[in-house]
Design a protein around this ligand. Structure first.
Ligand SMILES: [Zn+2]
Length: 719
């Protein structure tokens, strides 16, 4: 579930690099810096799931009520030629009859799953709130969190006061040293200012937890928002200055002064943005890995920041730190010395208040929504409060809820089905690697080794995290969010110097999403992806299950282990070259075709998809489709070749894939995502990969000259 209302306190902020804003909007609890999420934020994805190798256990569901005809056929827009626009052909009927609700920035069939999850989670909360709970128990935490967050009268009464101590800290800032004191004090509170510091696996030694320092501190979702000349983005910049001004005014500044001050904050952030790396440049794991002694980082790059002392204050005494973007930190150091202190104070004020606004009184919450919800995402009105509270509760203490969620809503049988489907996809990948004509035997052997070593986590963690030290009470919503941020930060710090715990989950079981983590060489499939709203399992044939679940989820995640970034990690999860130079070069040549294909797509006039930034996701979609197809070809349904609803099994397979992306979004959301999300928009996740697959051409009779057609020489050939 994404949080378009802009709850912007990043719990585990640093962990969300490098996907930045795209991930900030999703309800995961944590996220390794390199983890690739599949459906993050996009709220696409789909119905249900599951399958295995025999028919009859496939389950899936349409939204709401059972359709009278075959459900795939019911989604089609028969007026559209599949060779002209396959996305519209496959999903146009459904999209036309399911407009985006006023409270949403996008709407798709995956919302049916989310809506059901909301109801389940609300039940859990309301039940907890109805009774007296033992102090310190999970139930007490849920009860107090829910009750306090839903109490709008209390939030209004408290206004901005929950932030008084932090605002006083800013008032006392006299120079760069004080600014840094504040920035370091706020790392545990999840307030994003200047840069992020956190603990995670060393990319080159996955057995070791290391200190990472990463670029950060921008109020807009990505660097490109500060510079892109497109009209809509320029308007966002203007609106952003107004938003900063109104936030300062809410703190008591007079309007004219607030506007002048906001312009200065924007100039400061623009200087930070200029020094920041671009979205696509954050995808190069080698370039974003700069290991050095803390003393050297101080001496050579940031003379104003005494890293050894700063880290020692958290009881961290690392021999080295891994710096993501040294040139960015050097620019921060320089800007700190050159920028007038009042501008730095306002920058800090804005970031503190913006981060915590959703948990404050109405005036702050609404100003936050006005920019983050309306301007950036195109929502017409706020999502209902109870849903926003559940989103934030998921961020704060998602695993506490998750434990109850799976005990009440996750059937044990589902796990085995998924595990079987993972193995079918693994086998298909192994066979495909053997057949590649461009890869040498030496690299193939290493690839097979990595494929065999991929571990799978399904449903929920084997051991639950102990949240007993997390304090949740009834003082204020904001206090509970601060406590949660602090708890997650401390939990992170506690991992330093200890062996890596590979059983940890970076996503909660109730998250409708999945991920691949290269440091653990694992795919992780949370329980919620098994959620089946309004089950119509008899209507779901293997073709759809393989197109949907096998291709767009499992095949997608496994392919991430071999995308442009994931392929640079070996079987043990270490950033290490296991490809021959020749094979690496060939991979890059094949991948470049994909980059060019996506660079050419222009979803909004003047805004193209970023082919480099989205390359990993596009390779994963393409690979997932090929693997799902190979596995589907081994089924009885494929062999029998009988039509259902007038559609052949092969047609149903590709329509099943498109069903996974049956979603539409508002222009504002589309624009923001084009600049900040490493995933291409839903429609192009269908158009792009399918146009490279010969069986797709065959299934729908795509003809030369049609928009979906690519001449053979221009198609991608990677896997
Ligand atoms: Zn992905």
């Amino acid at each position: 579930m994404d949080v378009p209302d802009g709850g912007t306190v990043a719990i585990h902020a640093w962990h969300l690099w490098p996907d930045g804003a795209g991930l900030r909007l999703s309800s995961l609890v944590t996220g390794n810096s390199m983890i690739r999420f599949n459906h993050d934020g996009l709220r696409v994805a789909v119905l249900a799931v599951i399958a295995a190798c025999s028919p009859g256990i496939a389950i899936a569901a349409d939204a709401a009520t059972p359709p009278p005809q075959d459900f795939l056929q019911a989604h089609l827009d028969p007026a559209v030629d599949p060779g002209v626009d396959f996305f519209e052909y496959a999903n146009g009927g459904w999209l036309a009859s399911h407009p985006i609700p006023a409270s949403e920035s996008s709407w798709g069939i995956g919302n049916a799953v989310d809506e059901q999850l909301y109801v389940s989670l609300r039940n859990i909360n309301e039940q907890a709130a109805r009774a007296e709970q033992a102090p310190g128990s999970d139930q007490q935490k849920i009860s107090d969190f829910w009750t306090t967050a839903m109490d709008t009268a209390k939030a209004d009464r408290l206004g901005v006061h929950p932030l008084d101590a932090e605002l006083a800290r800013i008032d006392a800032v006299q120079g760069a040293g004080d600014v840094l004191d504040t920035v370091f004090a706020w790392q545990p509170l999840g307030v994003d200012a200047l840069f992020g510091v956190g603990i995670g696996q060393d990319e080159k030694d996955s057995e070791v937890m290391a200190v990472h320092v990463y670029q950060g501190g921008l109020g807009l979702p990505e660097r490109d928002f500060y510079f892109n000349p497109e009209q809509g983005v320029a308007k966002i910049r203007t609106e952003y200055v107004g938003h900063i001004a109104r936030t300062l005014a809410l703190l008591g500044r007079d309007d004219r002064q607030a506007t002048a001050d906001a312009v200065r904050v924007m100039a400061f952030e623009t200087a930070l943005a200029k020094a920041s790396r671009k979205l696509e440049d954050l995808r190069d794991p080698e370039k974003n890995y700069n290991k050095m002694a803390p003393a050297d980082l101080t001496a050579k790059i940031t003379p104003s920041i005494a890293w050894s002392d700063r880290l020692a204050a958290w009881k961290l005494h690392p021999e080295t730190v891994i710096v993501g973007q040294p040139e960015y930190l050097a620019a921060v150091d320089k800007l700190l010395r050159e920028t007038p202190v009042p501008v730095l104070r306002d920058y800090l004020r804005y970031h503190l208040v913006d981060g915590y606004a959703p948990y404050l009184g109405q005036a702050f919450d609404q100003e936050n929504f006005r920019f983050n919800g309306q301007v950036l995402s195109g929502q017409k009105q706020q999502r209902e409060r109870w849903k926003r509270v559940l989103d934030n509760e998921g961020n704060a203490m998602g695993m506490v809820l998750g434990k109850i969620f799976v005990s009440e809503y996750f059937p044990a049988a589902a796990k085995q089905r998924y595990v079987a489907l993972v193995e079918a996809i693994r086998t298909a990948y192994g066979e495909r690697i053997e057949k590649l004509d461009w890869m040498s035997a030496a690299t193939k052997a290493r690839a097979q080794q990595k494929l065999a070593a991929i571990t799978t986590k399904v449903g929920y963690p084997d051991k639950w995290k102990d949240y007993s030290t997390l304090q949740v009470g009834r003082e204020s919503y904001a206090r509970n969010m601060m406590n949660a941020a602090q708890w997650h930060f401390d939990d992170d710090l506690s991992k330093f110097g200890k062996p890596v715990d590979r059983s940890e989950w970076e996503m909660t079981p109730q998250t409708y999403n999945a991920y691949y983590n290269p440091s653990n060489n694992e795919i992780v499939l949370p329980a919620a992806i098994f959620t089946v709203p309004g089950v119509l399992d008899a209507q779901v044939d293997d073709a759809v299950v393989y197109g949907y679940a096998a291709a767009s989820t499992i095949g997608h995640e496994i392919t991430h282990g071999f995308d442009d970034e994931g392929r640079q990690f070996d079987a043990a999860g270490n950033l290490a070259q296991w490809w021959t130079d020749e094979d690496a070069k060939k991979f890059q040549q094949h991948a470049e075709v994909m980059v060019q294909q996506f660079d050419a797509f222009e979803p909004l006039p003047g805004l193209h998809i970023n082919g480099k930034a989205s390359l990993g996701e596009n390779i994963a979609d393409y690979g997932g489709l090929l693997l799902g197809l190979d596995a589907f070809k081994k089924t009885e349904q494929y062999a029998k070749d009988e039509k259902i609803g007038g559609l052949t099994p092969l047609q149903r397979y590709f329509l099943g894939y498109a069903l996974g992306w049956m979603s539409q979004q508002r222009e504002e959301q589309l624009r923001s995502r084009l600049l900040s999300d490493v995933h291409a928009p839903a429609k192009w996740r269908v158009l792009g990969p399918l146009s490279n697959i010969p069986e797709f051409y065959e299934a729908f009779g795509i003809k030369p000259g049609q928009p979906m057609w690519r001449p053979e020489a221009e198609r991608v050939h990677i896997w």
